[in-house]
Design a protein around this ligand. Structure first.
Ligand code: HPA
Length: 275
């Protein structure tokens, strides 16, 4: 069932934020699961838990936080989403994308979406960082279902370039300069919460996807609808597809994911400085 969240709800949500702070961020950043390190690595001005904002969804997943953090990376004003909600938690897509849409309405010039995902490209390994070049959301409902509010965007948006090409180039340049390896790839969103069966893995790989996860795609669609410039970065935490080039234990994966998380953090900070 479509939830009729419209511009009025977004304006109410934005007003709720504005009652707490008049901070105007330049860049919005969504921190994916396990990638929250950046939250401790910025100059914090203020924090607002989603639970204190009328109409905001609350994360039901243990260990997943839900708050906006306003602050500075160097001298750049940013807003972080420390935690997001997922479709598998039972919220309609329109609610799932509310926090990113409100960030867009705060006046940011660009939004960086990060996530942890399973690898489908046999050349990847746990720890691979991937610049999202395109996405496949055919397996999840669209957040744009329901009456369209033309103040947000058009009824039938062009999604041929959800991820901004210039920002992708900027990200690659930053990665090169930092000596961080960065792959390119297509992100495919599934509803979750179950991971993929072996046959599903085969199918997603056949469709041309390089990574599979349970977030981000719907946010990409909602932000593209609003005309926002979006950059997406995936941290491959495990290989959904079996490859023979990289065998490892759970412990090793954890270690690799931690290291990759730290590298992702460095990369995001560097690219924000270059915006
Ligand atoms: N599938 C979906 N989401 C994920 C995965 C996966 O294999 N790994 C990390 N997040």
């Amino acid at each position: 069932m479509a939830d009729n969240t419209n511009m009025k709800d977004y304006e109410l949500a934005l007003n709720a934020v504005r009652e707490r702070t008049d901070f105007v961020p330049k860049v919005g950043i969504v921190l994916g699961s396990g990638l929250g390190g950046l939250a401790d690595d910025i100059e914090v001005v203020t924090r607002i838990p989603y639970s204190e904002l009328e109409g905001f969804p609350r994360s039901t997943v243990e260990g997943h936080k839900g708050e906006y953090i306003f602050g500075y990376i160097d001298s750049i004003p940013v807003v972080l989403m420390n935690g997001r909600v997922h479709f598998y938690e039972g919220y309609p897509m329109q609610k799932v994308v509310l926090p990113v849409r409100v960030m867009a309405l705060m006046g940011v010039e660009a939004i960086i979406l990060t996530n942890a995902a399973g690898g489908l490209n046999i050349n990847f390994h746990p720890g691979t960082l991937m610049c999202i070049t395109d996405q496949n959301t055919a397996f999840v409902p669209s957040p744009l279902i329901g009456p369209n509010d033309s103040k947000l965007g058009v009824r039938f948006p062009d999604v041929s370039a959800v991820y901004d090409k210039e920002l992708q180039a900027l990200l690659h340049k930053a990665a090169d300069d930092l000596g961080i390896e960065l792959a390119d790839g297509v992100y495919l969103q599934i509803t979750g919460p179950a991971y993929e069966t072996p046959n599903e893995v085969k199918m997603y790989a056949m469709l041309g996807a390089d990574a599979v996860g349970m977030s981000t795609g719907c946010e990409g669609v909602a932000l593209c609808h609003m005309g926002m410039r979006v950059l997406g970065i995936t941290c491959i935490t495990d290989m959904a597809i079996v490859n023979t080039t990289f065998e490892t234990s759970h412990e090793e994966i954890q270690k690799v994911a931690n290291r990759a998380g730290a590298q992702l953090q460095k990369l995001v900070k560097e690219v924000v400085k270059r915006f």
